[in-house]
Design a protein around this ligand. Structure first.
Ligand SMILES: *Cc1c(COP(=O)(O)O)cnc(C)c1O
Length: 224
């Protein structure tokens, strides 16, 4: 039976406080399913592969706000720079510089989040807290006038242990507050805390999330 995308989306939206943004994570799902969510009013979609994203962005309505949520290689930035709404998982100064360069070429300012590594799993990308502190204290980012750092993104460990997830997300929340007061106290753009996926977004809502990235609960299991 086909997935009831519209019904699923409605349920997820109803479970969110009004000030929390929903990124509908549509990677590996066909255009028709994205359109089912679009027709229900969803406008922010998340993708994690450049070619898939570029194809969908060309084929689907132009008022969709696309978020790149995966690990982005520097050499792929130029393909998405003309239209991307937010790059959520910036995990190096090198990538930040490249986004700035490509955004400048397009005459744009691109919104980004810095990806934090707070999970126990070794495989996850992202800055350690110390590396992120160092990046922001370094100050070079202030000269990158074509990127706007809008907050932080993280993925908690993929575990059943709620307490562990809560601890990791709370660590990210505290760190956000620390960076906000140190470097962004007068910058209203720095406000997003992107954490929470299908299995853990209810916990994320209790741990300061302003933006959840939900795929499976809306579109069903991905067919890789
Ligand atoms: C795929 C993905 C999601 C969505 O995961 P679901 O479990 O399907 O909700 C969220 N964030 C990132 C970074 C992802 O890669």
């Amino acid at each position: 039976m086909a997935t009831d995308v519209a019904g699923n989306l409605k349920r997820v939206v109803q479970s969110l406080p009004p000030n929390v943004k929903l990124v509908a994570v549509s990677k590996f799902h066909p255009n028709e399913e994205l359109m089912a969510a679009y027709e229900q009013g969803q406008r922010i979609f998340g993708e994690s592969h450049e070619q898939e994203l570029s194809r969908k962005a060309a084929e689907l309505p132009k008022d969709i706000a696309w978020h790149f949520i995966g690990h982005l290689q520097s050499n792929k930035v130029k393909y998405i720079a003309p239209y991307i709404n937010m790059i959520e998982a910036v995990d190096s100064l090198k990538l930040l510089r490249e986004i700035n360069k490509q955004a400048e070429r397009c005459g744009r300012v691109i919104d980004v989040l810095l990806e934090l590594h707070v999970a126990q799993e070794a495989s996850k990308f992202g800055f350690t807290l110390d590396a992120c502190r160092e990046l922001l204290a370094g100050g070079e980012w202030r000269e990158l006038t074509h990127v706007r750092i809008c907050g932080l993104m993280t993925m908690a460990s993929n575990v059943d242990d709620e307490q562990q997830i809560r601890t990791e997300m709370t660590t990210a929340w505290r760190f956000f507050d620390e960076m906000k007061s140190l470097h962004f106290a007068h910058d209203d753009a720095f406000k997003e805390r992107s954490w929470g996926m299908s299995h853990d977004y209810p916990i994320a809502l209790q741990c300061g999330s302003t933006m959840v990235r939900v795929g499976t609960n809306i579109f069903g299991e991905r067919q890789y």
